[in-house]
Design a protein around this ligand. Structure first.
Ligand code: FEO
Length: 408
């Protein structure tokens, strides 16, 4: 048996509608995204081609899927010219193939915001011969389709512009409504059980990529509320054509920093297992008290993005860390830094600290959380151990578990 060799073209496209074709690609090879976020389920880079009287390409793709994107593009065009290249977002996971498109289709007019055109030069040294700088409210008619442009500033870069197709109700939402996780052929969200297949990764994507810019997302959601949206085509993850209210309500909660549900995320770092033992003990006490929504992360080996994601999801956060060099164990400092950078706020938090001769991680975590994160409410007394928890501390940990349950 032989594999297809390099150079044998294979097309992998799916129709979104009769004249809109998904021509992107899945990447299941890369282990990290943006140089830091683990993507164990891969990621898709979506690109859409509108085959109208004039053809328009809605963004390009990441270099990792260039060969598939290119085959998809050329085969779908089927010898037709590309009339327009729309650039809604200049981040290279969508812009890596722009140069090839412009060089191959020199007659294509580049349509983008002024800032995107500046970035096109900054990233690739390209000043296209034919370009249209569009702004909020401008329209472009390609025949049957008319695209109206919607500024989506800082969702999550400054040049981002959504496009709304007035003729079929499609919102091209760039990174908005995107998710980690390869499509694996499931182009539409309703072709899988989204909650079990994608929701955790959609939340992790939102919280860590877009989470800082909740107010900007709220602004765009308010603009979108006035549109008859029948379909959402993001640049990562599945296309939404049913139950759009579901994903819009998730975005509304995430961007207003409202927890999705009552629950607790316990994040701990541990050097010799003693802090871990306290975190485990607390988890068991919470379970015994009936808590179902509970996640426990060892942050010395789990990427902070998972903790940030569950901090967006749940009402309560428990941070447990050793004192290290008279400071917070660095792995926990990184988690607090990430949560504060992503503007986690309005949560209840409890602290566990360890220290063999001068425990002070609880005081330092308290300072960090209360000074860097808005509207954080402490729950229970900080639980402090010297090297290891003692049996006589059991009632104290029970009291902390009771306080957490009472706060839910
Ligand atoms: Fe998927 Fe902001 O790029």
């Amino acid at each position: 048996m032989t594999e297809l060799g390099a150079g044998i073209a294979m097309t992998a496209t799916r129709n979104v509608t009769d004249d809109v074709v998904w021509i992107g690609g899945d990447d299941r090879s890369a282990s990290i995204f943006e140089g830091m976020f683990p993507i164990p389920e891969g990621v898709s880079y979506n690109s859409y081609l509108i085959m109208d009287e004039k053809t328009i390409l809605m963004d390009t793709c990441d270099a990792s899927v260039e060969s598939r994107f290119w085959e998809n593009l050329t085969s779908t065009l089927g010898g037709r010219e590309l009339d327009y290249l729309y650039i809604g977002h200049m981040e290279p996971d969508h812009g890596a193939c722009i140069r090839r498109v412009i060089e191959t289709y020199p007659c294509a007019t580049v349509v983008a915001s002024e800032r995107a055109l500046d970035m096109l030069y900054n990233f690739y040294g390209i000043r296209p011969e034919k370009s249209i700088a569009v702004k909020e409210g401008d329209t472009l008619c390609t025949g049957r389709h008319t695209l109206r442009f919607i500024a989506a500033t800082m969702v999550h870069w400054p040049e981002v512009m959504f496009a709304y197709d007035e003729s079929d109700g499609t919102l091209y939402s760039e990174d908005g409504f995107g998710t980690f996780g390869a499509l694996c052929g499931r182009l539409f969200a309703d072709e899988s059980d989204f909650e079990s297949v994608y929701l955790d990764e959609a939340r992790r994507y939102y919280a860590n990529i877009v989470g800082k810019y909740g107010q900007n997302v709220q602004t765009v959601l308010q603009k979108a509320a006035g549109l008859d949206i029948r379909r959402i085509c993001p640049l990562h993850g599945p296309v939404w054509r049913e139950d759009l209210g579901y994903i819009i309500s998730k975005y509304d909660a995430w961007s207003s920093y409202r927890p999705e549900e009552k629950g607790v995320v316990i994040a701990y770092s541990s050097m010799y297992g003693n802090t871990e033992a306290v975190a485990d003990r607390l988890a068991m006490k919470l379970r015994e008290r009936g808590l179902q929504n509970l996640s426990v992360y060892n942050v010395t080996r789990v990427h902070p993005s998972y903790v940030v994601s569950d901090a967006f999801r749940y009402t309560n956060i428990v941070l447990a860390a050793p004192t290290y060099n008279n400071a917070i164990h660095p792995t926990m400092s990184a988690v607090i830094e990430d949560m504060s950078n992503m503007c986690v706020q309005g949560r209840r938090y409890s602290l566990i600290a360890n220290g063999s001769w001068a425990p002070r991680a609880h005081k330092l975590m308290e300072e960090e959380v209360s000074s860097r994160m808005k509207d954080m409410e402490p729950v229970g007394e900080p639980f402090v151990v010297r090297s290891a928890m003692k049996p006589e501390q059991e009632p104290e940990l029970d009291a902390l578990a009771d306080a957490i349950m009472a706060s839910l």
